[in-house]
Design a protein around this ligand. Structure first.
Ligand code: PMP
Length: 355
């Protein structure tokens, strides 16, 4: 730390992104929940012909993109805010709806960025632990004061709760905001977007990074009531008005015009997930029920950290979190059938070497 660094950030513990190794070709990369498929060719063609001239700033309203997102979900365009990845809409939500008086409420085992955003924005935090089996009990939040952040499906566990449970939470207290982070919803989860027309106090965040194969383009969005979106726009225009670049915006529109491609890829990922889970269960692994493009796995035969390291040595990269409650688990992204076969083969080899 330099002597110039503001004391307000001195204790900040930044988020640690998953490894993006330079020697990527050496690995089957199953560590950051990316799509193994390229972005839609239709979208690439559209963007090649429709990217606004790059000597001009991008449209600060992202008007065409916002309309395309709104149309996709059947909501008014004033109920949508496009952002630089869904990380940005999440940070905006922490900025807008949490502080020392209104704590952020979230699970002990969930997306690792939530505590960082809370700390960055000097917001109070109340951790609401998941049940013993890593499932989320909505009742644990009811009656508590603060803004709720729920990843549904959750990361890194992959487990999901039904929209009826989210609705029960949203309806239980109209005076607090519930943020539903649906980064992984397209792989078998139930979306809460339908709630935004009925309730003023729910914000749904989604992304182009997973099901839409566009993690490198950095595109996400929030859908909520006009009043919530207006607050988030106040934050956006005080932070980075040109938050979406013109190339990404054109790609976003192109991707939304090709929903069949997205749907087909999600179907393949869900099939590959079932294939992988079946293979792991045969080897005695515990696998949490997943509605995401990753699975959370553990085995009595090998400790989580050792499993992660052995896989890496043999060319398969997964994610291990050095956190007490989940140190015996690894999160494995679902890739192509060939990648998952390699992952299963390497796992079998690792277990054999230990017997
Ligand atoms: N929410 C969750 C639960 C995630 O795992 C991620 C991906 N790291 C994000 C949001 C952010 O994704 P992106 O910024 O790429 O949209």
């Amino acid at each position: 730390m330099s002597r110039f660094f503001s004391s307000k950030y001195a204790a900040l513990e930044p988020y640690t992104p998953g490894e993006q190794p330079m020697d990527m070709d050496r690995y089957v990369k199953l560590n950051t929940n990316e799509s193994p498929f390229p972005p839609s060719q239709k979208a690439l063609d559209y963007a090649a012909n429709n990217t606004r001239t790059l000597n001009l700033y991008s449209d600060p309203n992202s008007y065409d993109l916002t309309c395309a997102i709104a149309k996709t979900y059947g909501v008014d365009k004033d109920m949508v805010l496009a952002t630089n990845g869904s990380d940005e809409i999440l940070n905006f939500a922490f900025m807008a709806f949490t502080d020392q008086k209104t704590p952020a409420l979230f699970a002990d085992i969930t997306y690792g960025f939530y505590p960082v955003y809370a700390q960055l924005n000097n917001s109070a935090v109340e951790i609401v632990p998941l049940r013993e089996d890593f499932s989320l009990n909505v009742d644990d939040y009811i009656g508590k004061k603060g803004t709720v952040f729920i990843a549904n499906p959750n990361a890194p566990t992959g487990t999901a709760i039904p929209v009826s449970e989210i609705e029960r939470l949203v309806a239980s207290d109209p005076n607090r905001v519930v943020v539903v982070d649906e980064a992984y919803v397209d792989f078998g989860g139930e979306s809460s977007v339908s709630l935004v027309k009925k309730y003023e106090n729910v914000l749904v965040c989604q992304t182009f990074s997973k099901s839409r194969s566009f993690a490198g383009g950095r595109l996400g969005y929030g859908i909520g009531s006009k009043t919530l979106i207006s607050d988030l726009n106040t934050v956006k225009y005080s932070t980075n008005p040109y938050n979406i670049n013109s190339m990404t915006s054109a790609m976003g529109i192109g991707i939304l015009s090709d929903p069949d491609y997205t749907k087909a890829n999600c179907k393949t990922i869900m099939e590959n997930r079932a294939f992988t889970v079946a293979g792991l269960k045969k080897m005695g692994f515990k696998v949490l029920p997943s509605s995401a493009n990753f699975i959370f796995v553990s085995s009595d035969r090998i400790e989580g950290g050792a499993y992660y390291r052995s896989l890496k040595e043999k060319g398969v990269l997964v994610r291990h979190f050095d956190k007490a409650r989940i140190s015996n688990w690894c999160r494995v992204s679902i890739g192509t059938r060939e990648s998952m076969q390699k992952y299963l083969d390497v796992t079998e080899q690792i277990l054999k070497e230990r017997t």
